[in-house]
Design a binder for this molecule. Structure first.
Ligand code: F7E
Length: 356
């Protein structure tokens, strides 16, 4: 176990290290969380689901073979749907902090797989809380709550806004939110909710709208594809930078008492505006490339999310550092670089699946 500033830290990021699959994208801020905690001197333990293909590419740069004395990231096979193994793992590791980011996190997919989403995203949380209770370990538990819980509630949304979930995913997150609060009251656990509004980065999964757009626009720019198919362009989101939000998650667990906090930028933009800006940055007119495919519509949409993070600013001293335009610039630059590598392969006669 390695420490920093004299304090020994051990944490478990109880997330499932699965990505690429559309049914269970890697929870977004996972790599950023791991990077942040490593810088703070933490030893990190993560939960990984068994797959027949490699599924750790977003954290490969952090991982060292466990024979290496410098290794500080450890992965353990497990699954949020299997409670016994979670209990055994916590008993063995006895983490000081748990960042529970694991979920079936895709809102559209939750309409196709509602039962699975409820099991992983909702019940998965109570399985961890029960594992903490049964093992009796003294740990601090972070629940990744979501702005999707607000659903149809009019903006701006704060900690006082009643939830009106609009998807099986959002309903499962509301359940998990209240479980964390209940275990805090019932068992005096340090269980805290971060209600994070959308948080993006160049590592965002490619099926979420921001990354889908920046990936496609960069590929279109380099002649690797022609069209981009999207759903509802009028939905509005409060988009922030994942790196900023990871710091907020950590601050939430460093407080004297557990509490619940909205983490947001306080700005909202439509999907159309995001698309327009991304394409304009590449000197492209989005209208010539974007087409609407109703398959991407959701049976019930969340029209406007706009967070009021006044409590986090006051109590945690937190505020976002990266603005909307800077976030777009960062994501476009990263995807342009990836598209450039793809083009090199294509020009050399290789076929390229769109992933590199
Ligand atoms: O959609 C619209 C779509 O899938 C944003 C998750 O991390 O953040 C995320 O949930 C908006 C929606 O994110 C496409 O209808 C249009 O209005 O990027 P998204 P999300 O649903 O807001 C919250 C905080 C979470 O907790 C979730 O886990 O964009 N949209 N056309 C599209 N969305 C997608 N994915 N694909 C489209 O083609």
């Amino acid at each position: 176990m390695l420490g920093t500033n004299g304090s020994m830290r051990q944490t478990t990021g109880l997330e499932e290290f699965q990505n690429k699959s559309p049914v269970a994208d890697l929870p977004l801020p996972l790599a950023a969380t791991a990077e942040f905690l490593l810088c703070k001197g933490y030893e990190i333990h993560g939960l990984i689901r068994r797959a027949s293909t490699f599924n750790t590419d977003r954290i490969d740069h952090l991982y060292r073979d466990f024979h290496d004395p410098q290794a500080r990231v450890y992965l353990h096979y497990g699954d949020l749907t299997v409670s016994g193994a979670l209990t055994d793992l916590l008993q063995e590791i006895r983490p000081e902090e748990i960042y529970h980011l694991g979920a079936q996190s895709h809102v559209r997919v939750s309409f196709d797989m509602p039962e699975y989403t409820g099991d992983v995203t909702g019940l998965g949380t109570i399985r961890i809380l029960e594992a903490i209770r049964k093992t009796g370990i003294a740990t601090r538990f972070y629940q990744a709550s979501s702005s999707e819980m607000y659903g149809a509630a009019p903006p701006p949304q704060s900690e006082a806004t009643p939830f009106q979930p609009q998807s099986p995913y959002a309903a499962a997150k509301v359940y998990a939110y209240y479980c964390a609060r209940n275990y805090r009251d019932a068992y005096k656990m340090f269980a805290a909710n971060g209600i994070l509004f959308n948080h993006e980065s160049p590592r965002r999964g490619e099926t979420f709208v921001t990354r889908k757009v920046t990936r496609a626009a960069a590929r279109i720019k380099l002649g690797l594809q022609e069209k981009l198919y999207l759903g509802n362009l009028e939905a509005k989101r409060d988009w922030g930078f994942a790196g900023d939000y990871v710091e907020a998650m950590w601050l939430i667990l460093q407080q004297e008492r557990p509490d619940d906090y909205v983490i947001a930028t306080g700005e909202t933009h439509s999907v159309r505006e995001f698309v327009e800006k991304v394409f304009a940055r590449l000197d492209l007119d989005y209208k010539q490339h974007v087409e609407i495919d109703p398959r991407y519509f959701r049976p019930t949409e969340v029209d406007v999310l706009l967070g009021d993070a006044a409590k986090a600013r006051r109590a945690l001293g937190w505020q976002p550092k990266v603005g909307f335009d800077e976030l777009i610039a960062m994501m476009v630059a990263a995807d342009l670089e990836i598209a450039g590598k793809e083009k090199t392969l294509v020009d050399a006669g290789f076929t390229c699946s769109g992933r590199i």
